[in-house]
Design a protein around this ligand. Structure first.
Ligand code: URA
Length: 289
């Protein structure tokens, strides 16, 4: 088999064998032909962009069921990441599009045709949400993985199965919670989303939360917590501490916790997640509708 020649010199059999080899090796996504130096673009944009105001630090709120003030959670406030000019324009257009949506259905439709985020071109499906849009609780994860991308639903793979068991442990299921992600498209090969991708998708998840109007947010993992609380503080310091997430005009009680995928890798940490779930259960019991 000729594996050394450029693709144009390959026979169809060689190409099929190479493709099979890629699939075997876990390569599931095709990227662009031309490499893009995002660091150089980001530097250019940073030089061109005016200095912007830092966002407010997350605030501790009176969400403890005993009525105690929770300790201030986040000492470090995230500075907005410099992103290429083209991406800030896409983020601005996302803000305009998202703000126009008056219902969750409109938001889903707007996302389905939104062309400003590169992730949509490598994803197979839009992963909007699952669960009950009337629920009091909204869970926000990071980004869809392979199974979620294939099914178009959040948390349906292994970490989703663990999440379902965690919810069941405190008497909840997908009829009593609503689930979405900070990013509605899978990053290719599950790579870490870029600051630009987050910036472009933020207006959508914020509007998503605003329209769903949950009474309480459970933030699954560091990415979700950092994005929605506008902080650089790590999840180990944020988890288990009630914080106000400023979404639109509201401060929503938010509890960051460990991501189920992390718990699959570090099962010993499930005891911490269990404490967080108990805190959520206590909040629900002491804050009836
Ligand atoms: N991990 C996430 O953060 N979200 C999903 O939907 C699946 C896995």
């Amino acid at each position: 088999m000729n594996r050394s020649g450029p693709p144009s010199e390959m026979t169809p059999e060689d190409a099929a064998a190479l493709l099979a080899f890629y699939v075997e090796a876990g390569v599931t996504d095709a990227l662009g032909d031309e490499p893009v130096n995002r660091y150089a673009l980001a530097d250019e944009a940073a030089r061109a962009a005016p200095a912007s105001r830092e966002p407010d630090a997350p605030r501790a709120i009176r969400a403890d069921p005993r009525g105690d003030m929770a300790p201030p959670p986040a000492a470090r406030v995230a500075a907005p990441a410099a992103i290429p000019l083209e991406d800030s324009q896409a983020a601005e257009s996302a803000r305009i599009v998202a703000a126009r949506c008056k219902t969750l259905d409109e938001l889903r439709q707007a996302l389905a045709v939104f062309e400003g985020c590169p992730l949509r071109y490598t994803a197979k499906n839009l992963v909007f949400a699952d669960g009950n849009p009337e629920a009091r609780i909204m869970l926000v994860g990071e980004a869809p993985g392979r199974d979620e991308d294939l099914q178009g639903l959040p948390f349906v793979g292994r970490s989703g199965q663990l999440l379902d068991r965690m919810l069941a442990a405190i008497g909840l299921d997908r009829t009593s919670v609503y689930i979405a992600n900070t990013l509605p498209w899978r990053p290719p090969g599950n790579r870490t989303p870029t600051p630009a991708e987050h910036a472009i998708c933020m207006p959508f998840i914020e509007r998503h939360i605003e329209l769903m109007a949950p009474k309480v947010l459970l933030l699954l993992g560091g990415v979700s917590a950092k994005q929605l609380l506008h902080t650089d503080t790590g999840i180990m310091r944020l988890r288990g501490k009630w914080t106000a997430a400023r979404i639109g005009e509201r401060d929503i009680p938010a509890l960051p916790t460990l991501h189920p995928a992390y718990l699959l890798r570090q099962p010993a940490q499930k005891r911490l997640a269990w404490r967080d779930l108990m805190a959520l259960r206590a909040w629900l019991d002491t804050n009836p509708d």
